[in-house]
Design a protein around this ligand. Sequence first.
Ligand SMILES: O=C(O)CCC(=O)C(=O)O
Ligand SMILES: [Fe+2]
Length: 177
Amino acid sequence: MQVKLMNANERIINELHECLNVFREIVGAYVTKLNDLGARILECISEGIGLEKAYFASDLSADNILTVNHYPSCPNPSLTLGLAKHTDPNLRTILQVVPLDVLGLELFTDGQWLSVNTAPDAFIVFVGNQLEVGSNGELKATLHRVRNATKVRTSVAFFINPSYECIVEPAKELIQA
Ligand SMILES: O=C(O)CCC(=O)C(=O)O
Ligand SMILES: [Fe+2]
């Protein structure tokens, strides 16, 4: 009988595979929930601006991306921004922030930057550029930025995008003659 002992490299590779499987399972379940949540919010938004419930479904929200932003602790946060001001180029963003007590996200509204508070189990939802176009400007893309903090901050952003093939244009129902 031949017994093959695993060397250190093989053991690490096996453990890595195991971690990746668990990671895939957890992230897969999270993304499925975010997809459902995103679809429900989009339905409410569509109805709210006078479009049919499913207007932004299918091609207009077919391509989704999950990203993680990590902001290391910054010794002098007043000297630099974590993320410069921008609007997201997609249809819509759903954001979750960890840890909850580290503030940093700011929205530009009524001529000033306002800090966004987070709450347990809460999601932050941004209107992206494509939703501003699709809604013919009824919804304005959210201008936002991130300030650094002396503590580490991480955010998870789920970007909902139209498919590459689809044409994004103002909804006919929202164009005044
Ligand atoms: O980290 C945040 O709170 C915001 C991240 C963000 O704006 C982005 O990923 O586009
Ligand atoms: Fe953003």
